[in-house]
Design a protein around this ligand. Structure first.
Ligand code: SAM
Length: 179
C-alpha cells in the first residue's frame, strides 16, 4: 500500500512556468503528497507562496529546489522510492495502477519542456494519462487520485489557521483565533 508520495517537477523556468509549477505544488499538497522538489531555475516566489498556504491551511507539505536531475533521481532511488514518470508516450495508467498501488513509496515525475532521456531510462514506470498531450497539473491530479483511490479527498490538514466549512451555497470559513 502506498504510504508516501513525493513529486519531482522538472524544467522550471522563472516567468514562463511560475503559475504551472505553483499549481503542481498546490495540487501535490492538496491531494496527498508529502513534498515537491523543483529542478530548474530557483524561484523563491514559489517557495514563499506555497509556504504561506501551508502556514495558513495546515499540514506538513515541504517544497525545495535541487540542481541536478541525475543526482536527484539517484538520491530518490537510494531512498527506495518507486519512480513513476508521467509522459504522454508512456504505458497507460489503467494498465499499471494495480502494480503501482502495491509500492510503499512513490516519486511522481512531471516535466515542463522536453524531458531528458535519462528520466525515461531511470524511471521504474513511464506512465501516460491517455496518449494525448495535455497538462502536468491534470496528469498529476489524476495519478494521485488513482494512487490513493479517492481517499486523498478526505485528508486532514492539522495545525491549520483557516478551514472551510462546506456549504450548499455561499462561503463559510473557520479561523483559529491568534493567541
Ligand atoms: N511532450 C511532453 C510529454 O512527454 O508528455 C508533453 C509536455 S507537457 C507540456 C509537460 C508535462 O505534462 C509532461 O512532461 C508530462 O509530465 C505531463 N503530461 C502531459 N500530457 C500527459 C499525458 N497525456 N500523460 C502523462 N503526462 C502528461
Amino acid at each position: 500500500m502506498v504510504k508516501k508520495v513525493q513529486v519531482l517537477r522538472l524544467g522550471h523556468r522563472i516567468y514562463r512556468d511560475i503559475r504551472t509549477t505553483t499549481h503542481c505544488a498546490l495540487t501535490s499538497r492538496a491531494l496527498g503528497a508529502e513534498k515537491i522538489t523543483i529542478i530548474g531555475e530557483t524561484d523563491y516566489s514559489i517557495e514563499d507562496s506555497v509556504n504561506k498556504i501551508v502556514n495558513n491551511w495546515g499540514g506538513k507539505f515541504k517544497i525545495r529546489f535541487a540542481e541536478n536531475i541525475k543526482n536527484e533521481i539517484n538520491k530518490i532511488k537510494k531512498e527506495k522510492y518507486c519512480i513513476v514518470h508521467l509522459t504522454m508516450y508512456g504505458e497507460l495508467l489503467g494498465k499499471k495502477i494495480k502494480e503501482i498501488r502495491k509500492k510503499n513509496k512513490i516519486c511522481i515525475i512531471v516535466g515542463a519542456e522536453k524531458v531528458p532521456p535519462l528520466v525515461y531510462e531511470k524511471s521504474d514506470y513511464n506512465i501516460s494519462i491517455g496518449n494525448q498531450p495535455h497538462s502536468e497539473i491534470a496528469a498529476l491530479a489524476l495519478t494521485l487520485h488513482e494512487v490513493f483511490e479517492g481517499k486523498e479527498l478526505n485528508k486532514k490538514f492539522p495545525n491549520n489557521k483557516i478551514k472551510i466549512i462546506p456549504q450548499k451555497k455561499g462561503k463559510k470559513t473557520k479561523k483559529r483565533p491568534l493567541v
